[in-house]
Ligand binder design. Sequence first.
Ligand SMILES: Cc1cc2nc3c(=O)[nH]c(=O)nc-3n(C[C@H](O)[C@H](O)[C@H](O)COP(=O)(O)OP(=O)(O)OC[C@H]3O[C@@H](n4cnc5c(N)ncnc54)[C@H](O)[C@@H]3O)c2cc1C
Length: 367
Amino acid sequence: MPDFLNEAQLELQGRAHDLGQRLAGLDVDPDYPEKLRAEIRSLSKEAGIFSLTQPRDYGGLQGSSTDLTIVRDSLGKWNVGHFPGVFGPSPGLLGQASAELKEAFLDRYLSGEITGGFGFTEPSDATRHTWATSDGEDLIVNGAKSYVTGGSDADFVNTLVELDDGGPAMVLIETNRPGVSIDRRFGSLDGSHHASFVFTDVRVPRMHLIGEAGTGLSRALAQVNSVRMAIAADCVGLCGFVCELIANHIKKVEDKGHNSHAIRIQFGRMRAQTFAVRSATYRTARLIDAGENSVNEVMASKILATETATDLVDSAIQIVGGEALVESHPLASIFRRVRATRLAEGPTDLLHANISRGYLDLDVGRI
Ligand SMILES: Cc1cc2nc3c(=O)[nH]c(=O)nc-3n(C[C@H](O)[C@H](O)[C@H](O)COP(=O)(O)OP(=O)(O)OC[C@H]3O[C@@H](n4cnc5c(N)ncnc54)[C@H](O)[C@@H]3O)c2cc1C
Protein backbone atom coordinates (compact mmCIF):
# COMPACT_ATOMS: atom_id res chain seq x y z
CA MET A 1 0.00 0.00 0.00
CA PRO A 2 1.49 3.42 -0.84
CA ASP A 3 2.11 5.53 2.27
CA PHE A 4 4.23 8.28 0.69
CA LEU A 5 7.27 7.16 2.67
CA ASN A 6 10.67 8.71 1.98
CA GLU A 7 13.78 6.64 1.35
CA ALA A 8 14.85 6.43 4.99
CA GLN A 9 11.33 5.40 6.02
CA LEU A 10 11.17 2.75 3.30
CA GLU A 11 14.50 1.39 4.52
CA LEU A 12 13.17 1.30 8.10
CA GLN A 13 10.03 -0.43 6.88
CA GLY A 14 12.20 -3.06 5.16
CA ARG A 15 14.19 -3.67 8.36
CA ALA A 16 11.01 -3.92 10.45
CA HIS A 17 9.51 -6.33 7.92
CA ASP A 18 12.63 -8.54 8.07
CA LEU A 19 12.64 -8.43 11.87
CA GLY A 20 8.94 -9.38 11.91
CA GLN A 21 9.65 -12.36 9.66
CA ARG A 22 12.49 -13.53 11.91
CA LEU A 23 10.45 -13.10 15.09
CA ALA A 24 7.51 -14.94 13.55
CA GLY A 25 9.84 -17.86 12.87
CA LEU A 26 11.15 -18.09 16.46
CA ASP A 27 10.52 -21.20 18.49
CA VAL A 28 8.36 -19.90 21.34
CA ASP A 29 8.95 -22.08 24.39
CA PRO A 30 6.64 -20.80 27.17
CA ASP A 31 8.82 -22.52 29.77
CA TYR A 32 11.74 -20.17 29.10
CA PRO A 33 10.27 -16.67 28.81
CA GLU A 34 13.55 -14.96 29.78
CA LYS A 35 15.54 -16.80 27.11
CA LEU A 36 12.94 -15.82 24.52
CA ARG A 37 12.93 -12.19 25.64
CA ALA A 38 16.73 -12.05 25.39
CA GLU A 39 16.66 -13.50 21.89
CA ILE A 40 13.99 -11.04 20.76
CA ARG A 41 15.90 -8.14 22.31
CA SER A 42 19.09 -9.16 20.54
CA LEU A 43 17.38 -9.51 17.13
CA SER A 44 15.61 -6.17 17.59
CA LYS A 45 18.88 -4.43 18.54
CA GLU A 46 20.58 -5.96 15.52
CA ALA A 47 17.77 -4.57 13.31
CA GLY A 48 18.16 -1.08 14.84
CA ILE A 49 14.59 -1.16 16.14
CA PHE A 50 15.02 -1.69 19.90
CA SER A 51 16.07 1.82 20.86
CA LEU A 52 13.66 3.72 18.58
CA THR A 53 11.47 4.18 21.67
CA GLN A 54 14.35 5.70 23.66
CA PRO A 55 15.39 9.39 23.53
CA ARG A 56 18.75 10.47 22.10
CA ASP A 57 19.71 11.92 25.49
CA TYR A 58 19.71 8.37 26.82
CA GLY A 59 21.58 6.83 23.89
CA GLY A 60 18.43 5.90 21.98
CA LEU A 61 17.50 6.50 18.34
CA GLN A 62 14.34 8.46 19.25
CA GLY A 63 12.19 7.48 16.29
CA SER A 64 9.55 9.95 15.16
CA SER A 65 5.88 9.10 15.54
CA THR A 66 5.84 8.13 11.83
CA ASP A 67 8.91 5.90 12.31
CA LEU A 68 7.26 4.12 15.24
CA THR A 69 4.01 3.76 13.32
CA ILE A 70 5.88 2.21 10.37
CA VAL A 71 7.66 -0.26 12.65
CA ARG A 72 4.58 -1.23 14.66
CA ASP A 73 2.48 -1.58 11.53
CA SER A 74 5.16 -3.79 9.93
CA LEU A 75 5.56 -5.99 13.03
CA GLY A 76 1.78 -6.21 13.47
CA LYS A 77 1.55 -7.61 9.94
CA TRP A 78 3.60 -10.55 11.22
CA ASN A 79 1.56 -10.69 14.44
CA VAL A 80 4.67 -10.15 16.58
CA GLY A 81 4.36 -6.51 17.69
CA HIS A 82 3.31 -7.61 21.17
CA PHE A 83 6.39 -9.80 21.76
CA PRO A 84 8.22 -8.76 24.94
CA GLY A 85 11.64 -7.19 24.36
CA VAL A 86 11.07 -5.80 20.86
CA PHE A 87 11.17 -2.23 22.14
CA GLY A 88 13.48 -0.77 24.76
CA PRO A 89 11.83 0.76 27.83
CA SER A 90 11.14 4.44 27.24
CA PRO A 91 11.39 6.98 30.05
CA GLY A 92 7.67 7.80 29.77
CA LEU A 93 6.66 10.07 32.60
CA LEU A 94 10.08 9.78 34.24
CA GLY A 95 11.52 11.75 31.32
CA GLN A 96 9.71 14.78 32.77
CA ALA A 97 10.92 14.26 36.34
CA SER A 98 13.36 16.49 38.25
CA ALA A 99 17.10 15.88 37.81
CA GLU A 100 17.21 14.41 41.33
CA LEU A 101 14.40 11.94 40.66
CA LYS A 102 15.84 10.99 37.27
CA GLU A 103 19.23 10.34 38.85
CA ALA A 104 17.66 8.07 41.44
CA PHE A 105 15.50 6.01 39.06
CA LEU A 106 15.82 6.67 35.35
CA ASP A 107 19.10 4.95 34.41
CA ARG A 108 18.23 1.85 36.40
CA TYR A 109 14.76 1.84 34.81
CA LEU A 110 16.06 2.19 31.24
CA SER A 111 18.66 -0.55 31.78
CA GLY A 112 15.89 -2.88 32.96
CA GLU A 113 17.30 -3.16 36.49
CA ILE A 114 14.03 -1.88 37.95
CA THR A 115 10.51 -1.82 36.52
CA GLY A 116 7.60 0.57 36.94
CA GLY A 117 3.82 0.68 36.55
CA PHE A 118 1.22 3.34 35.80
CA GLY A 119 -1.50 3.98 38.39
CA PHE A 120 -4.43 5.85 36.90
CA THR A 121 -7.58 3.73 37.09
CA GLU A 122 -9.44 3.75 40.43
CA PRO A 123 -11.76 1.12 41.91
CA SER A 124 -15.33 1.74 40.74
CA ASP A 125 -16.50 1.94 44.39
CA ALA A 126 -13.86 4.47 45.51
CA THR A 127 -15.46 7.22 47.57
CA ARG A 128 -12.61 9.62 46.89
CA HIS A 129 -9.83 9.77 44.25
CA THR A 130 -6.39 8.84 45.61
CA TRP A 131 -5.18 11.93 47.44
CA ALA A 132 -2.13 13.33 49.24
CA THR A 133 -1.67 15.80 52.05
CA SER A 134 1.56 17.72 52.71
CA ASP A 135 3.59 17.11 55.84
CA GLY A 136 6.76 19.21 55.75
CA GLU A 137 8.95 17.89 52.95
CA ASP A 138 6.81 14.76 52.59
CA LEU A 139 3.48 13.81 51.07
CA ILE A 140 1.12 11.38 52.78
CA VAL A 141 -0.78 9.34 50.18
CA ASN A 142 -4.07 7.46 50.69
CA GLY A 143 -6.38 5.69 48.26
CA ALA A 144 -6.25 2.86 45.74
CA LYS A 145 -5.39 2.08 42.11
CA SER A 146 -7.18 -0.91 40.68
CA TYR A 147 -5.48 -1.86 37.42
CA VAL A 148 -1.70 -1.47 37.32
CA THR A 149 -0.20 -3.51 34.46
CA GLY A 150 2.95 -5.31 35.59
CA GLY A 151 2.21 -4.08 39.13
CA SER A 152 3.07 -7.38 40.82
CA ASP A 153 6.75 -7.07 39.88
CA ALA A 154 6.98 -3.28 39.73
CA ASP A 155 9.52 -1.45 41.89
CA PHE A 156 7.51 1.76 41.64
CA VAL A 157 4.17 3.05 40.40
CA ASN A 158 3.78 6.47 38.79
CA THR A 159 0.52 7.35 40.45
CA LEU A 160 -2.05 10.03 39.76
CA VAL A 161 -3.01 11.65 43.09
CA GLU A 162 -5.08 14.67 44.08
CA LEU A 163 -2.86 16.99 46.13
CA ASP A 164 -4.83 18.73 48.88
CA ASP A 165 -2.92 21.93 48.21
CA GLY A 166 -2.17 21.65 44.50
CA GLY A 167 -4.60 19.65 42.37
CA PRO A 168 -3.82 16.54 40.31
CA ALA A 169 -0.20 15.41 40.36
CA MET A 170 1.86 12.42 39.31
CA VAL A 171 3.90 10.94 42.15
CA LEU A 172 6.49 8.16 41.96
CA ILE A 173 5.74 5.70 44.77
CA GLU A 174 8.09 2.76 45.43
CA THR A 175 6.13 -0.41 46.01
CA ASN A 176 8.22 -1.35 49.08
CA ARG A 177 7.26 1.79 51.03
CA PRO A 178 5.42 1.14 54.31
CA GLY A 179 1.67 1.47 53.69
CA VAL A 180 1.77 0.23 50.07
CA SER A 181 -0.01 -3.09 49.63
CA ILE A 182 -1.26 -5.21 46.76
CA ASP A 183 -4.76 -6.46 47.45
CA ARG A 184 -5.25 -8.41 44.19
CA ARG A 185 -3.12 -9.89 41.42
CA PHE A 186 -4.95 -10.83 38.25
CA GLY A 187 -4.54 -11.64 34.58
CA SER A 188 -6.74 -10.30 31.77
CA LEU A 189 -8.09 -11.85 28.58
CA ASP A 190 -5.19 -10.52 26.48
CA GLY A 191 -2.64 -12.42 28.57
CA SER A 192 -1.21 -9.43 30.49
CA HIS A 193 -0.89 -9.30 34.28
CA HIS A 194 -1.96 -6.63 36.69
CA ALA A 195 -2.25 -5.74 40.35
CA SER A 196 -4.49 -3.48 42.39
CA PHE A 197 -2.81 -1.33 45.03
CA VAL A 198 -3.97 0.18 48.30
CA PHE A 199 -2.10 3.16 49.78
CA THR A 200 -2.51 3.69 53.51
CA ASP A 201 -0.71 6.74 54.92
CA VAL A 202 2.21 6.21 52.55
CA ARG A 203 4.95 8.75 53.25
CA VAL A 204 6.76 9.89 50.06
CA PRO A 205 9.30 12.70 49.72
CA ARG A 206 7.83 15.71 47.91
CA MET A 207 10.65 15.48 45.39
CA HIS A 208 8.90 12.35 44.06
CA LEU A 209 6.41 14.66 42.34
CA ILE A 210 6.79 14.41 38.57
CA GLY A 211 6.57 17.98 37.30
CA GLU A 212 4.57 20.76 38.92
CA ALA A 213 1.63 20.01 41.18
CA GLY A 214 -1.59 20.67 39.23
CA THR A 215 -0.17 19.29 35.98
CA GLY A 216 -0.67 15.62 36.85
CA LEU A 217 -3.68 14.97 34.67
CA SER A 218 -2.21 16.56 31.54
CA ARG A 219 1.08 14.70 32.12
CA ALA A 220 -0.73 11.42 32.56
CA LEU A 221 -2.76 12.08 29.42
CA ALA A 222 0.34 12.98 27.38
CA GLN A 223 1.75 9.60 28.34
CA VAL A 224 -1.57 7.93 27.47
CA ASN A 225 -1.49 9.62 24.03
CA SER A 226 1.72 7.94 22.92
CA VAL A 227 0.44 4.57 24.13
CA ARG A 228 -2.81 5.13 22.22
CA MET A 229 -0.80 5.71 19.04
CA ALA A 230 1.20 2.54 19.69
CA ILE A 231 -2.04 0.57 20.08
CA ALA A 232 -3.49 2.10 16.90
CA ALA A 233 -0.39 1.31 14.82
CA ASP A 234 -0.23 -2.26 16.12
CA CYS A 235 -3.92 -2.75 15.27
CA VAL A 236 -3.35 -1.39 11.75
CA GLY A 237 -0.66 -4.06 11.32
CA LEU A 238 -2.96 -6.73 12.74
CA CYS A 239 -5.66 -5.72 10.23
CA GLY A 240 -3.04 -6.37 7.53
CA PHE A 241 -2.21 -9.75 9.09
CA VAL A 242 -5.89 -10.75 9.15
CA CYS A 243 -6.38 -9.66 5.52
CA GLU A 244 -3.39 -11.77 4.43
CA LEU A 245 -4.72 -14.75 6.35
CA ILE A 246 -8.10 -14.47 4.61
CA ALA A 247 -6.44 -14.01 1.21
CA ASN A 248 -4.65 -17.34 1.78
CA HIS A 249 -7.89 -18.90 2.95
CA ILE A 250 -9.63 -17.79 -0.26
CA LYS A 251 -6.82 -19.34 -2.35
CA LYS A 252 -7.27 -22.64 -0.51
CA VAL A 253 -11.06 -22.56 -0.97
CA GLU A 254 -10.65 -21.84 -4.69
CA ASP A 255 -7.94 -24.50 -5.13
CA LYS A 256 -10.49 -27.01 -3.93
CA GLY A 257 -12.86 -25.76 -6.62
CA HIS A 258 -15.34 -24.22 -4.14
CA ASN A 259 -17.24 -20.99 -4.72
CA SER A 260 -15.62 -18.14 -2.76
CA HIS A 261 -17.75 -15.24 -3.97
CA ALA A 262 -19.25 -14.42 -0.55
CA ILE A 263 -15.84 -14.49 1.13
CA ARG A 264 -14.37 -12.32 -1.62
CA ILE A 265 -16.97 -9.64 -0.86
CA GLN A 266 -16.10 -9.76 2.84
CA PHE A 267 -12.41 -9.67 1.98
CA GLY A 268 -12.93 -6.53 -0.11
CA ARG A 269 -14.69 -4.90 2.84
CA MET A 270 -11.77 -5.85 5.12
CA ARG A 271 -9.24 -4.34 2.72
CA ALA A 272 -11.24 -1.11 2.43
CA GLN A 273 -11.57 -0.83 6.21
CA THR A 274 -7.85 -1.51 6.66
CA PHE A 275 -7.05 1.20 4.13
CA ALA A 276 -9.19 3.69 6.09
CA VAL A 277 -7.62 3.03 9.51
CA ARG A 278 -4.16 2.86 8.02
CA SER A 279 -4.62 6.24 6.32
CA ALA A 280 -5.99 7.83 9.50
CA THR A 281 -3.20 6.49 11.69
CA TYR A 282 -0.34 7.50 9.38
CA ARG A 283 -1.93 10.94 8.96
CA THR A 284 -2.09 11.36 12.73
CA ALA A 285 1.55 10.28 13.11
CA ARG A 286 2.56 12.96 10.60
CA LEU A 287 0.54 15.60 12.45
CA ILE A 288 2.32 14.69 15.68
CA ASP A 289 5.70 14.93 13.95
CA ALA A 290 4.70 18.37 12.61
CA GLY A 291 4.21 19.49 16.23
CA GLU A 292 0.44 19.90 15.90
CA ASN A 293 -1.92 19.37 18.81
CA SER A 294 -3.25 15.96 17.76
CA VAL A 295 -5.22 14.83 20.82
CA ASN A 296 -8.48 14.41 18.88
CA GLU A 297 -6.78 12.68 15.95
CA VAL A 298 -5.02 10.27 18.32
CA MET A 299 -8.32 9.42 20.02
CA ALA A 300 -10.01 8.91 16.64
CA SER A 301 -7.15 6.74 15.34
CA LYS A 302 -7.22 4.59 18.45
CA ILE A 303 -11.00 4.15 18.22
CA LEU A 304 -10.98 3.37 14.47
CA ALA A 305 -8.02 0.98 14.60
CA THR A 306 -9.14 -1.01 17.65
CA GLU A 307 -12.79 -1.25 16.60
CA THR A 308 -11.82 -2.22 13.03
CA ALA A 309 -9.27 -4.81 14.17
CA THR A 310 -11.92 -6.35 16.44
CA ASP A 311 -14.47 -6.38 13.62
CA LEU A 312 -12.00 -7.92 11.15
CA VAL A 313 -10.75 -10.64 13.45
CA ASP A 314 -14.32 -11.55 14.41
CA SER A 315 -15.32 -11.83 10.73
CA ALA A 316 -12.14 -13.79 9.97
CA ILE A 317 -12.92 -16.31 12.71
CA GLN A 318 -16.41 -16.78 11.24
CA ILE A 319 -14.95 -17.33 7.77
CA VAL A 320 -12.24 -19.79 8.86
CA GLY A 321 -14.54 -21.67 11.24
CA GLY A 322 -13.95 -23.62 14.45
CA GLU A 323 -10.25 -24.15 13.68
CA ALA A 324 -9.73 -20.43 14.30
CA LEU A 325 -10.86 -20.83 17.91
CA VAL A 326 -8.28 -23.48 18.74
CA GLU A 327 -5.92 -21.95 21.32
CA SER A 328 -2.85 -22.20 19.10
CA HIS A 329 -4.51 -20.45 16.13
CA PRO A 330 -3.27 -16.87 15.58
CA LEU A 331 -6.83 -15.54 15.25
CA ALA A 332 -7.71 -16.84 18.72
CA SER A 333 -4.88 -14.92 20.36
CA ILE A 334 -5.44 -11.78 18.26
CA PHE A 335 -9.12 -11.88 19.23
CA ARG A 336 -8.20 -11.83 22.94
CA ARG A 337 -5.61 -9.10 22.55
CA VAL A 338 -7.62 -6.68 20.43
CA ARG A 339 -10.65 -7.02 22.69
CA ALA A 340 -8.64 -5.49 25.52
CA THR A 341 -7.50 -2.54 23.38
CA ARG A 342 -11.06 -1.18 23.18
CA LEU A 343 -10.97 -0.58 26.95
CA ALA A 344 -7.30 -0.04 27.81
CA GLU A 345 -6.01 3.55 27.51
CA GLY A 346 -9.55 4.89 27.25
CA PRO A 347 -12.73 2.97 26.36
CA THR A 348 -14.24 3.72 22.95
CA ASP A 349 -17.38 5.42 24.32
CA LEU A 350 -15.38 7.66 26.60
CA LEU A 351 -13.12 8.72 23.73
CA HIS A 352 -16.17 9.41 21.56
CA ALA A 353 -17.60 11.55 24.37
CA ASN A 354 -14.29 13.45 24.62
CA ILE A 355 -14.21 14.12 20.89
CA SER A 356 -17.75 15.54 21.15
CA ARG A 357 -16.80 17.66 24.13
CA GLY A 358 -13.75 19.06 22.32
CA TYR A 359 -15.92 20.20 19.43
CA LEU A 360 -19.12 21.24 21.23
CA ASP A 361 -17.85 22.71 24.50
CA LEU A 362 -14.15 23.55 24.20
CA ASP A 363 -13.83 24.69 20.60
CA VAL A 364 -10.68 22.60 20.15
CA GLY A 365 -12.00 19.66 18.16
CA ARG A 366 -11.17 19.88 14.48
CA ILE A 367 -11.57 16.37 13.11
C1 LIG B 1 -5.22 -4.80 29.33
C2 LIG B 1 -5.48 -3.61 30.20
C3 LIG B 1 -4.40 -2.95 30.78
C4 LIG B 1 -4.63 -1.85 31.63
N1 LIG B 1 -3.56 -1.26 32.25
C5 LIG B 1 -3.74 -0.20 33.06
C6 LIG B 1 -2.64 0.43 33.74
O1 LIG B 1 -1.48 0.02 33.62
N2 LIG B 1 -2.89 1.47 34.57
C7 LIG B 1 -4.16 1.95 34.76
O2 LIG B 1 -4.29 2.91 35.50
N3 LIG B 1 -5.23 1.36 34.15
C8 LIG B 1 -5.05 0.29 33.33
N4 LIG B 1 -6.13 -0.33 32.71
C9 LIG B 1 -7.47 0.11 33.05
C10 LIG B 1 -8.08 0.89 31.93
O3 LIG B 1 -7.46 2.14 31.80
C11 LIG B 1 -9.55 1.01 32.29
O4 LIG B 1 -10.12 -0.31 32.20
C12 LIG B 1 -10.29 1.92 31.35
O5 LIG B 1 -9.82 3.24 31.51
C13 LIG B 1 -11.79 1.87 31.63
O6 LIG B 1 -12.04 2.12 32.99
P1 LIG B 1 -12.99 1.12 33.79
O7 LIG B 1 -12.47 -0.27 33.60
O8 LIG B 1 -13.10 1.66 35.17
O9 LIG B 1 -14.37 1.18 33.06
P2 LIG B 1 -15.41 2.39 33.09
O10 LIG B 1 -14.73 3.69 32.96
O11 LIG B 1 -16.34 2.16 34.20
O12 LIG B 1 -16.15 2.11 31.73
C14 LIG B 1 -17.09 1.04 31.55
C15 LIG B 1 -17.98 1.39 30.39
O13 LIG B 1 -18.68 2.61 30.62
C16 LIG B 1 -18.43 3.53 29.58
N5 LIG B 1 -18.27 4.91 30.09
C17 LIG B 1 -17.61 5.28 31.20
N6 LIG B 1 -17.66 6.61 31.37
C18 LIG B 1 -18.38 7.09 30.33
C19 LIG B 1 -18.80 8.39 29.93
N7 LIG B 1 -18.48 9.48 30.64
N8 LIG B 1 -19.52 8.52 28.80
C20 LIG B 1 -19.84 7.42 28.06
N9 LIG B 1 -19.50 6.17 28.40
C21 LIG B 1 -18.77 6.00 29.51
C22 LIG B 1 -17.13 3.06 28.93
O14 LIG B 1 -17.06 3.42 27.57
C23 LIG B 1 -17.22 1.57 29.08
O15 LIG B 1 -17.93 1.01 28.03
C24 LIG B 1 -5.94 -1.41 31.87
C25 LIG B 1 -7.03 -2.07 31.25
C26 LIG B 1 -6.81 -3.15 30.43
C27 LIG B 1 -7.99 -3.84 29.79
